[in-house]
Design a protein around this ligand. Structure first.
Ligand SMILES: C[S@@+](CC[C@H](N)C(=O)[O-])C[C@H]1O[C@@H](n2cnc3c(N)ncnc32)[C@H](O)[C@@H]1O
Length: 302
């Protein structure tokens, strides 16, 4: 049985070429910021997100910024362009190699295995679309969810001076989330219980989400909440934009599509994950408020 970390790593590694051929060399793989203007292109909305994040953490040129879950380094690129010194962390060897190829300083591995003393102090820490992966279902069932979040905030706390900011963007459970005991592929199709069973069985993350801003803050010792807002509608729009981009024909996609077809034929688990993305279960989870999406700005108070 693969661990959640292995599943996350594999999925990013397997889809690397297709994602870059569809979304560009530095793809953002997280919800964008439309500010209610859904006529924006995906690129414009991702650019708004970068600006929003940098404003939120009071970024200044010369600042060292850590990105926990840095993906294909879109934020590292933006920070460098603005005169900062970005450092990333990712679980995916392919993402880490890509970031290094583009001259970025990136740690390959789980933040839980890193010693904050080895990383040094940062002016700001950001994490976009990674927190939702931090607690898996076994950990949730073992009652470890709060302890994992406390460990995370203690890790971030050690990296910041008092007054330093942390931007956290994550999926959370929405108001219609199911209880663990009721989650089942035998539940009525498209019920919250079915959608989550489907995602847990087939989807990349199969994690257990936090319950919202209040739950996250209960575990954020040493941090004050500066602001929080919902990005659920923005995520729905982002998913629609991704779908358009993935469906666009392009010569650059031929080689990755052949690779994917070969893997599809060879691997049951890859077939399952592909099947899941086609059914749009993640979109249904956001539309039906099974999932929420939150953008939080925190400041280290002690
Ligand atoms: C959905 S992607 C988001 C990437 C990027 N922040 C963006 O917005 O495009 C999630 C990222 O979090 C990383 N990640 C997930 N769990 C992690 C962990 N425990 N430690 C380090 N990175 C992690 C993954 O490797 C991946 O790079």
């Amino acid at each position: 049985m693969k661990t959640q970390q292995q599943r996350i790593r594999e999925t990013y590694d397997w889809l690397d070429k297709l994602i870059r051929a569809s979304l560009g060399e530095f793809p953002d793989f997280s919800g964008a910021v439309y500010d209610g203007d859904y006529s924006l292109t995906l690129e414009q909305a991702q650019c708004r997100k970068h600006d929003y994040i940098l404003r939120s953490v009071k970024f200044e040129p010369g600042m060292r910024v850590l990105d926990i879950g840095s993906g294909w380094s879109p934020m590292l690129k933006k920070i460098k362009e603005r005169g900062g010194y970005p450092v990333g962390i990712t679980l995916s060897p392919v993402q880490a190699a890509h970031s290094k190829r583009h001259g970025f300083d990136v740690f390959l591995g789980d933040w839980k295995d890193l010693n904050p003393d080895d990383l040094g102090l940062f002016g700001a820490v950001i994490s976009v679309g990674a927190f939702e992966h931090f607690c898996n279902i076994d950990e949730y069932r073992a009652g470890e969810q709060d302890a994992i979040y406390k460990e995370y905030f203690s890790f971030v706390n050690k990296l910041l001076p008092v007054g330093g900011r942390h931007y956290l963007q994550t999926m959370t459970w929405g108001r219609n989330h199911p209880q663990y005991e009721d989650i089942s592929l035998n539940a009525p199709i498209d019920s919250p219980e079915y959608i989550v069973a489907h995602l847990n069985t087939y989807y990349v993350s199969s994690g257990w989400l936090p319950y919202g801003v209040g739950h996250i803050m209960e575990n954020a010792n040493g941090f004050e909440l500066i602001s929080a807002n919902s990005g659920r509608l923005d995520y729905i729009r982002t998913l629609a934009h991704w779908r358009e981009q993935f469906q666009k024909a392009s010569v650059r996609k031929i080689a990755p599509m052949i690779e994917i077809a070969i893997r599809y034929l060879a691997s049951n688990s890859f077939r399952d994950r592909m099947r899941s993305s086609r059914t749009g279960a993640q979109l249904k989870a956001f539309e039906n408020e099974v999932f929420e999406h939150t953008r939080m700005v925190l400041e280290k108070s002690s």
